[in-house]
Design a protein around this ligand. Structure first.
Ligand SMILES: NC(=O)c1ccc[n+]([C@@H]2O[C@H](COP(=O)([O-])OP(=O)(O)OC[C@H]3O[C@@H](n4cnc5c(N)ncnc54)[C@H](O)[C@@H]3O)[C@@H](O)[C@H]2O)c1
Length: 391
């Protein structure tokens, strides 16, 4: 058994627990929460044996070998750093950290310690996203020349909608771009194999004032009626971004957390010289292929039809719907196969997103914010830098 310590069990932490349990050889041994009482209650609810109110206690446990960091963003850097220092493998929620400099330090530490380091860009775990990457990689749509799409949500549509992500000191300077745009950009880069190299973004805060409830509100939940305090909002609800990629493709992206009726609508299309491909998170069991001289195609999620190597991302036969929780499980399976085999991420290339991918996203977010401030195109730092390659 590989034993895990989970830090933070709000919305996404319990989804990690479920995904890990499905692997069969991982035990979530301990939970650290923001205080001991809440951690104990949550641990009982989730069937986790040990609980504590200070994550450092959990890092000191010799039985725990992997840490999952599912806390609000401003805690990511310190927890990821302390976990590596304590000799634990780390699976961090995104973002890796709030700043590029912190991200660089974590990438450096991960390389020095040779511990497994992963970041939860879980949309990569969908089988048809893997299929898209495989088909683009083998040239099925020719030369990739454009990538476009959007990611829209509506859970922050009303001035009374509130979450820690709205506050820059907790969520970071950017919201829509860092919170959901980072997933889309990770996918765009992952499926095409190209890096976003230049950006120009325009950000909008449609709701400059929000009303914060006295009680903490869980992600995606609505706050109860009651006393509220007025808060000035400085993070963006909305963003439009144009970009260039280092392999020659150009792209555009629209992001919103205030688009009524769109719950978690991620859509991405890749256009090539010989066809196009689109994946829609509202229809995750289909991959659309656009053709000019012949009928378009729809690839269903059918393990029998997948490219070599994609089958492991699909548990169930075709026709038995899989979704978000399954994609998360698939990503965890990639990470834990690596951990279980005792692989060293400095010597063998991981098949899952690592801290380096987190740094790539930090740099992208920075560039988009700067381009908005200056109303100008901005080069993304580090694009020409070699990603850490196996020694
Ligand atoms: N990959 C994804 O698809 C995805 C989805 C949702 C959230 N996330 C990321 O996961 C993280 C958590 O988001 P969420 O939506 O679950 O937030 P949340 O507010 O629902 O949960 C965060 C939890 O962390 C706990 N916490 C706060 N301070 C703590 C501390 N010092 N020690 C231990 N626990 C502490 C809170 O009590 C809460 O239970 C964020 O960084 C977010 O970006 C990723």
């Amino acid at each position: 058994m590989i034993r895990v310590g989970l830090i933070g069990a709000g919305f996404v932490g319990p989804a990690h627990v479920e995904a890990l349990r499905r692997l069969g050889y991982v035990e979530v041994l301990a939970l650290a929460g923001s205080n001991a009482r809440r951690a104990r209650e949550k641990a009982d609810e989730l069937g986790i044996p040990e609980a504590c109110g200070d994550y450092r206690q959990l890092l000191a446990s010799p039985r725990v070998t992997v840490i999952h960091n599912a806390t609000p963003n401003q805690l990511h850097f310190a927890i990821n750093r302390d976990a590596l220092q304590a000799g634990k493998h780390v699976v961090s929620e995104k973002p890796l950290s709030l700043t590029v400099e912190e991200g660089r330090r974590l990438v450096h530490m991960a390389r020095e310690t040779e511990l497994v380091n992963a970041i939860d860009y879980n949309y990569r775990g969908y089988p048809l996203v893997q299929q898209m990457r495989a088909m683009i990689g083998r040239g099925d749509i020719g030369r990739v020349w454009a990538v476009h799409g959007f990611y829209m949500q509506d859970w922050l549509l009303y001035p009374t909608d509130f979450n820690w992500r709205i506050l820059p000191e907790v969520g970071g300077e950017s919201r829509a771009v860092a919170d959901i745009g980072s997933h889309w950009c990770d996918l765009a880069q992952w499926v095409t194999g190209q890096r976003i190299s230049r950006v120009i973004g325009r950000l909008g805060t449609m709701l400059p004032v929000r009303y914060r409830p006295a009680e903490r509100v869980q992600t995606f939940a609505q706050a109860a009626e009651g006393q509220r305090e007025e808060v000035q909002v400085h993070t963006e609800d909305y963003a439009s971004v144009l970009f260039d990629m280092d392999g020659g493709a150009m792209g555009s992206l629209m992001l919103s957390q205030v688009s009524a009726g769109r719950k978690n609508r991620l859509w991405i299309q890749v256009d090539g010289s010989d066809g196009a491909m689109a994946w829609d998170h509202d229809r995750p069991e289909e991959l659309w292929i656009g053709r000019r001289g012949r009928p378009n195609e729809l690839v269903p999620r059918d393990p029998n039809l997948f490219a070599p190597g994609v089958g492991r991302f699909s548990d169930l036969p075709a026709g038995h719907a899989e979704g978000w929780a399954d994609a998360l499980r698939n990503l965890m399976a990639e990470i834990y196969d690596f951990v279980r085999a005792g692989k060293n991420p400095v010597r063998e290339a991981p098949t899952f997103p690592t801290f380096y991918d987190g740094l790539v996203e930090n740099r992208l977010v920075d560039a988009i914010l700067e381009s908005h401030r200056r109303s100008a195109w901005v080069e993304v730092a580090g694009v020409r830098e070699q990603a850490p390659a196996p020694a």
